[in-house]
Design a binder for this molecule. Sequence first.
Ligand code: C2E
Ligand code: MG
Ligand code: MG
Ligand code: MG
Length: 274
Amino acid sequence: RAKEQGRNRFCYYSDDLEYQFKQRQSVEKLLRHAIEQDKIEVFYQPKLALLTEKIIGVEALVRLRDDENKLISPLDFIPLAEETGLIHALGQSVLKQSCIAAKEWADKGHNIKVAVNIAAKQFTDGNFCNLVADTIEQAGLASELLELEVTESALMHDFEEIKIMLSKLSDLGLTIAIDDFGTGYSSLSYLKLFPVDVLKIDQSFVRDMLTDTQSMDIVRTITSLAHTLNLQIVAEGIEEKQHLNSLIDLGCELGQGYYFHKPMPKEEFDKLLG
Ligand code: C2E
Ligand code: MG
Ligand code: MG
Ligand code: MG
């Protein structure tokens, strides 16, 4: 629901163009400052094996603060970051922090895989694969401990180009996840064409699966598709014990959601790991 609100937030003021314009300008300014001053923050949300509830990974989620130190939702600045090109610096900061964190956890004996969201626009950087390779290397991270989350729509932008890039990235040893699976482009042929390892069931299906049979059917179908294609499956947005039980019944192995943990600063996750 927060996500829907985030997406529609600007619409409430659609009759007030000046407000919209100022809003955009102030977010862009915050973003530029945060990048210049190295103040892009990353929160981590644990990802668990549903049967054992053991933490096996985290998703890295970017955070930005306003002048009053309040967190601004990525839904309110990622699109702007893409339009302005700031996404390249922002994405690099998140990737770097995530790789360094995962290396630190590994050194402490915890094999925590870190999943980093990549925006469509980042693939327009011809040097993106090299950047990823360099970042992993400089952090000293085993590439198996990095996952990149890409949305279906991002893949459809420049099919051939992205196919080559994902293959290069996959050859580095990291894994590729399709984020928000089921909400985007509906052709499944790309699952064969791209080196995909993981499907993340969109949280909207998980949220509604207990009350809406269609959502339940979609979760069941995606899970069985993943099994057929030998892909890992991650359920997003698990908020209730009943979500968890149903997902386990369907054979879904991995998941994340407020039922377990909300995204948290690194220090907090460090404590959780113990
Ligand atoms: P996403 O990649 O699908 O990330 C999952 C979102 O769902 C996160 O929102 C997370 O906080 C939220 N979430 C997790 N568990 C639950 C739950 O049980 N219930 C509910 N209602 N929500 C849950 P967040 O952090 O606000 O991020 C929103 C979106 O912004 C992300 O969706 C992703 O598309 C984008 N994003 C976040 N960080 C980055 C980043 O570093 N780079 C890029 N390119 N995009 C990012
Ligand atoms: Mg994601
Ligand atoms: Mg998602
Ligand atoms: Mg999502």
